[in-house]
Design a protein around this ligand. Sequence first.
Ligand code: GLA
Length: 389
Amino acid sequence: MNTKQLMSKFTEIFGEIGKPDVFFAPGRINLIGEHIDYNGGRVLPCALDFGTTALARKRKDSIIKLASMNYPLQVTLDLNRITFENKDAWGNYPKGVIDQFLRRGFTLGGFEALYYGTIPTGAGLSSSASIELVTAMILKSFFDCDISIIDMIKLCQDAENQFVGVNCGIMDQFAIGMGKKNMAIYLDCDSLNYEYVPIPLKGIKLVIGNTNKKRTLADSKYNERRRECERALAALQNRLDIKSLCNLTPGQWEENKDIILDPVIRKRAEHVIYENARVKEAVEKLSQGDIMTFGKLLNQSHESLRDLYEVTGFELDSMVEEAWKQEGVLGSRMTGAGFGGCTISLVKEEAIEEFINRVGENYKKKTGLQGDFYIAGIGDGVRKIRLEG
Ligand code: GLA
């Protein structure tokens, strides 16, 4: 659907009183560094070249009207009364962002917005963070809020933590806010220092595989993993002066892991500490142009998420295992929170067609589900779109 079609849909829903502005926020994938953003670790995500477009127009009163091309549900609310309501479903993401702007003392007014997302929902490509960031951009632009992009990123994370109730880390919002074309973001989630890292993919493409296994229970399992990490940290802090699990090197971990008695908690921490070390190595390999080793690190990351962190599941494992078997594949792993959702694979260009056919076929045989595959383009972060004419 192009902007012109969206414009006429907007007019159909909200009436013809003035032209809306257009905003865009991408989805994201994470190349490596999974489930460590909330453990003070380093991650390597990038923004995608598809995401959420929002058309929005200011109103003269305090009413906010939200509509979506993806869901029939429309949400109307008054700025003076914003509360989480289950029945508002997707509308709770923009509502959470509006709530956070108000809590930070910004003066807002009414507006109406139409959202159109091309990120498959529940696929672990951060469609929700994309809705959050695009909403934050609308508010900043319409109500002249003096807020930096980094503060908008933190605000959107707070919206998700406090309003929606998912205790996510900063990675998704950061990637969507700060994405840059053809670059990955090497982000230290503790200090928020970051650096753009080019991805030297000559003759190789990043292929996203959607297992189409919905991430049911993902939110509660996600919060459970966070609590397990907190328990691991608390145990280690009895002996060590550390602020987060990722303060430990693998060597220090090996010397001290005996202090964690619960084998499950120990496995979780082991994933976190080795995954953090893998990210560092992955960035070194990328800068040396060593894509082969980079691909192997992706594989190791998946194994660790499967065996130690236990967030993969039958569908993700099946798709990744099928990918590993194919010619021309340098690496493959789950991306995002897991429990369903998407995989990413590094595939030689000449092998892509065969890859998609074979992996799709075998995945279907094993799981009964039809997978979807896309070649990932790496794009820029959230922005207002300038329209011609
Ligand atoms: C979700 C969260 C992120 C991050 C990943 C796992 O996408 O929103 O903060 O924790 O899972 O790496």
